[in-house]
Design a protein around this ligand. Sequence first.
Ligand code: PLP
Length: 396
Amino acid sequence: MSAGPARIYADWNATAPLAVEVRDAMSEALDGPFGNPSSAHAEGRRARDVLSAARRDVARWLGARPSEVVFTSGATEALNHAITVLGSGHAVATAVEHSAVLEPIRAMERARRLALTLVPVDDRGSLDPEQVATALRPETTLVAVMRANNETGNLYDTLAVAQILRQRAPRATLLVDATQAVGRIETSLDGLGADVVAVSAHKIGGPKGVGALVARGRPLDPLLRGGLQESGRRAGTENLLGIVGLAAAARLAPCVEHLVALGQLLRRELDAAVPGLIVHGEPDASARLPQTTSVRFPGFDADSLLIRLDALGVQLSAGSACTSQTRAPSHVLSALGLSPEAAFETVRISLGRTTSPEEVYELVARIARAVQLEREAVVAHRPKSLTSAQRSRSTK
Ligand code: PLP
């Protein structure tokens, strides 16, 4: 019998390995023009051509115009940018937005520049667009609804929200965090109905530290000032190598069917191997990112399971990677109504384009093994049952 892959990476929503095609494009760019794209001389012009070609590719990928694409250091910067320059008055955001949306809004709320209304989700994490409508006020300027949740994988119908805004708050900007959606499921900006979109390269096989802010129609004011790069919308010499990597990731062929098949296989195998587990999120597979599974192992601490799994060569995360350094329960799982205890028993499994079915079988076998080891450890450390004399003493 084969020993199976030594290491299984199942944390693609935290970050994806660099795709081979991206590595090739970046290696080539390393030997390409080194000039500053803002320089007037030939080396600068060559670098500017590389930048323009990358912008065209990213724009085509998103169904946007090249002039609408502003390269950033990632989705966090893009979201902070949009919120900081757009937000004043009143903002509406779903309770499950990434902290890169919620934290800048809260900071502006503390500075009394903005009031926030959070829109709840139900116990599946689903959003009723009408709840967004209810939260609108005459002074609402910003509405933030993510396309795909990083923890549960739930998809949100941003187009329905856009239609509501068109009728009831035509001056409000719809900001869509598409970080986990683009490059995974088919998503063009038209399908999102968004005014402003944030994307990131490293979730889809590109390098870390690069992303884009796409504002349809009217350009946004800059957040970073001090230079005329990006047509005056984001100062600072461009991360050309990273941008080449983002464009190469954007050119990767979609692999939705592969991800759907992996997701189905994982769910089937997990249910069979570990009875009693509870999968969170939207049960309708077409309403979720196919490769994301948020699953609770009742009675087992997720952090302990993750340590065991790491030792068994499996990388997963508890809740989202961004919150895994704190011991507070994930705000996303809390928004679904999970108790802190249930949230601390939840892990996120996220697969990607190079995950194979063999890896999924092996992943499930190792998860079942980790659960078994945890169970044995709990039994070994359980205090021996008390004698009746001890019991009567202990109740005094
Ligand atoms: N939004 C979502 C939904 C995410 O999952 C992440 C990353 O975890 C971000 C935003 C931040 O992206 P970046 O790492 O590019 O700043």
